[in-house]
Design a protein around this ligand. Structure first.
Ligand code: ZN
Length: 251
């Protein structure tokens, strides 16, 4: 009891580290899961409305659904009725290609390196961290089925360099998963990247989960911050190094 006990129960982590993409961003990564292990999971989530003056609501896994009815879900008991299907998978995120340069106005912030990708200039933010790709399954599970499609086709999500691209924002957000190329990571690199990762199920069950931030559909989002994802970037330097385009889109 008391403060010390309370603090002990908080645990050492504050939040599950998640990949966050803006419209037009392309993340390049290796999955840290075959698709058939503890580093990939999905579930039905309660979409809870924002509290007070918060803009974003939060999502909490429905523990009743998640345990096939064995555990009682407090949110079901309260009558929460908005649901979404969500899934998450660990990935070693190598970099994100942005349409614009580093927005960090801190004087110490480094400009991002420029590359050509698919005929346009992109700005490379190096990440090299294990992060969760946590998404809503999408209409008719369309996003989820992209991930499953590759796992079924190759028997595993591992051993390939993938790209996840976000298009649009707000309720028009969409994600496209594609293979860049077959590329095995060194065993040691995989071991290091997987070290200490919690299972996705544990994250869903814990307070550190929380799912992707979301805006209830009733509130329309101001579209003014939409980056110019599909506009032509002014080409300032003809001979920037090129980045390999994706080889394979939807299966
Ligand atoms: Zn529930």
């Amino acid at each position: 009891m008391g403060l010390d006990d309370a603090e002990r129960h908080f645990g050492n982590y504050s939040a599950a580290p998640k990949l966050r993409l803006q419209a037009g961003d392309r993340a390049r990564f290796h999955f840290l899961s075959t698709g058939y292990d503890i580093h990939f999971a999905g579930g039905r989530f309660h979409d809870l409305p924002p509290i007070g003056d918060q803009t974003y609501g939060r999502s909490v896994v429905c523990i009743r659904e998640f345990t096939d009815g064995e555990e009682v879900c407090a949110f079901c008991e309260e009558g929460a009725a908005d649901f979404s299907n969500q899934f998450a998978v660990w990935a070693l995120i190598h970099c994100i290609y942005h349409n614009g340069d580093n927005p960090d106005s801190n004087p110490d912030a480094e400009p991002w390196e420029q590359f050509k990708l698919g005929g346009r200039i992109v700005f490379k933010e190096t990440i090299e961290e294990s992060l969760l790709i946590w998404l809503r399954a999408g209409r008719a599970k369309s996003r989820f089925l992209q991930f499953k499609g590759f796992a079924v086709k190759y028997g595993s999500l591992e051993d390939r360099l993938f790209e996840l691209r976000r298009a649009g924002s707000g309720i028009d957000t969409d994600y496209a998963l594609a293979v860049v190329k077959e590329e095995k990571l060194a065993k040691k690199a995989v071991e290091e990247a997987k070290e200490g990762l919690l299972s996705v199920e544990d994250i869903f069950r814990s307070a550190i989960g929380g799912g992707p931030a979301w805006i209830p559909p009733r509130i329309s989002e101001d579209g003014s911050e939409e980056p110019a994802a599909d506009e032509e970037m002014p080409v300032s330097e003809a001979d920037l190094p090129s980045v390999e385009e994706v080889a394979e889109g939807l299966v």
